[in-house]
Design a protein around this ligand. Structure first.
Ligand SMILES: Cc1cc2nc3c(=O)[nH]c(=O)nc-3n(C[C@H](O)[C@H](O)[C@H](O)COP(=O)(O)OP(=O)(O)OC[C@H]3O[C@@H](n4cnc5c(N)ncnc54)[C@H](O)[C@@H]3O)c2cc1C
Ligand code: SF4
Length: 458
């Protein structure tokens, strides 16, 4: 522990953001780094409290947070990076997009402000890349196992990296033309620059991972072919079925799923050609769904030049402070203002959608009611985005062909090692959990890799 009294001397400092005026003109990342002296002070706030709940019950990866904080405070950045990489394959990514489950479990947070763990993690990872400390770690020995990973989101990538490093021949099959899953085509560039994924892919290729893009397994190549060619398979196919809105007017033009909308802008940013993209310029945009994906849609619509953006949520407005039924160190559902909200939008809670009105086949109005008072409300809208979350894994095709069992939620059932009822077939990420988080995808990817390694080694 670097300082006994750091938490008494320093208050929590948030990472700065680019000004709203500047950032809404482009899609570059919003968050800026804190300077080194401020980072060392933030790390010194860690009390090394004895039982680190941040590590034990907060972070799904069990990142060794007090040790990382200690090394940052002492200026031993390379050691901090090694500590972080021991448990987290992609800390530069979790350090940007993780909601910081660890911070809600930080002991300092019991009576005050938690340590700024997520930003410290990001800065350690960024420094490691900038200094050239992140190198490929090819295996010293080949183990002879052949493993196919289906899906290249964070779960598939983490599983692939672990298995390649353990000496297995590892091939990642991805339906899309580019690697990354929702890291690539879901999370907007202003939260996660795509160059971060590209350099990890380079590292993984140097470690021996092979990537086959543009291949939909179960369509272009058959499951029986894969089973003959590979000793084990990891399904990391995400939770691809979006929740829909069953109301009159749903089929009007101008009503779209969030992921279709977000993915198109990301493709445009990458220079890909998108025929007839969904665009918000000059439109009144209504986002149905009050979560983070909805907020990503707001930020995108603002950058595209929407004249007005409004986010509507079915549930009541969450509390600002931790309520008694979400006690420390649990992750509480609290009222949140994201950087996209700060950029200018209206927000309403507790409204259900009744129907969508249109003219000449195009949406023009949203009609709903207040769930508590029953009062009706009607809003003009030229573009309606459905950000209602995801139901479960796509069950037809691949999942059916493998014959894996599903759980009560419609996702793939696994044991503690990520193994399904079919020998040699493992699962990771949202395909098990339903729509979840990057950090959990990485954790289950590592878990499935361990399961595969144990299986292959008998
Ligand atoms: C808009 C949006 C924003 C988000 N923001 C955040 C955030 O800020 N922080 C956070 O922690 N989480 C966020 N999430 C959630 C997070 O992105 C997911 O939990 C995570 O990506 C799941 O990883 P995964 O690897 O299981 O699946 P995915 O990332 O969904 O990847 C699955 C991959 O499998 C491929 N695939 C599917 N079927 C086949 C097939 N038959 N053959 C070949 N390939 C196939 C798909 O094309 C896809 O690339 C967000 C999600 C969305 C939608
Ligand atoms: S991955 Fe998330 S929960 Fe884990 S230490 Fe980083 S910010 Fe915290």
């Amino acid at each position: 522990m670097a300082r006994l009294d750091g938490f008494l001397e320093y208050g929590r400092e948030e990472a700065p953001h680019r000004t709203i005026e500047e950032r809404v003109k482009d899609y570059r990342e919003v968050e800026l780094p804190l300077p080194e002296t401020a980072l060392q002070a933030q790390a010194a706030r860690c009390m090394d409290c004895g039982i680190p709940f941040c590590h034990g019950s907060g972070c799904p990866l069990a990142n060794r947070i007090p040790e990382m904080n200690d090394r940052i405070h002492r200026g031993r950045w390379r050691e901090a990076a090694a500590i972080l990489h021991a448990t987290d394959n992609f800390p530069e990514i979790t350090g940007r997009v993780c909601p910081g489950l660890c911070e809600s479990a930080c002991t300092l947070g019991l009576h005050g402000d938690a340590v700024s763990i997520r930003h410290l993690e990001r800065m350690v990872a960024d420094r490691a890349w900038a200094e050239g400390w992140v190198e490929p770690l090819p295996p010293r020995m080949r183990m002879g196992g052949k493993v196919a990973i289906i899906g290249s989101g964070p779960a598939g990538l983490a599983a692939a990296q672990q298995l390649a490093r353990a000496g297995h021949d590892t091939v990642v099959f991805e339906r899309e033309g580019r690697i990354g899953g929702l890291l690539r085509y879901g999370i907007p560039d202003f939260k996660l620059s795509k160059t971060l994924i590209d350099r990890r892919i380079e590292q993984m290729e140097a470690e021996g991972v092979r990537f086959e893009t543009g291949v939909a397994v179960g369509e272009e190549i058959s499951v029986s072919y894969l089973r003959k060619r590979f000793d084990a398979i990891v399904l990391a196919i995400g939770a691809g079925v979006p929740r829909d809105l069953d109301v009159p007017g749903r089929d009007l033009r101008g009503v779209h799923f969030a992921l279709d909308y977000l993915g198109q802008q990301i493709r445009l940013n990458a220079g890909e050609i998108v025929a007839d993209p969904i665009h918000a310029i000059g439109k009144r945009v209504l986002v149905i769904g009050g979560g983070d994906t909805g907020s990503d849609c707001l930020g995108t619509a603002i950058r595209q030049g929407a004249t007005q953006v409004h986010q509507i949520e079915l549930l009541s407005r969450p509390p600002e402070k931790r309520p008694f039924d979400m006690p420390w160190p649990a992750w509480p559902k609290l009222f949140k203002t994201t950087t996209s909200h700060e950029e200018g939008c209206m927000r309403s809670w507790g409204f259900a959608t009744d129907w969508l009105e249109g003219r000449d086949g195009r949406v023009t109005r949203w009609h709903g009611h207040d769930k508590h008072s029953g009062e009706t409300l009607s809003l003009e809208a030229d573009l309606v985005i459905l950000a209602l979350g995801f139901l479960h894994v796509v069950q037809q095709g691949l999942v059916e062909q493998f014959g894996v069992e599903l759980d009560a939620f419609g996702n793939i059932r696994v044991d503690a090692e990520g193994s399904t009822n079919v020998p040699g077939v493992f699962v990771a990420g949202d395909a098990i959990l339903g729509a979840s988080l990057v950090v959990r995808a990485v954790q289950t990817g590592r878990q499935a890799a361990k399961g595969v390694n144990d299986y292959l080694r008998g």
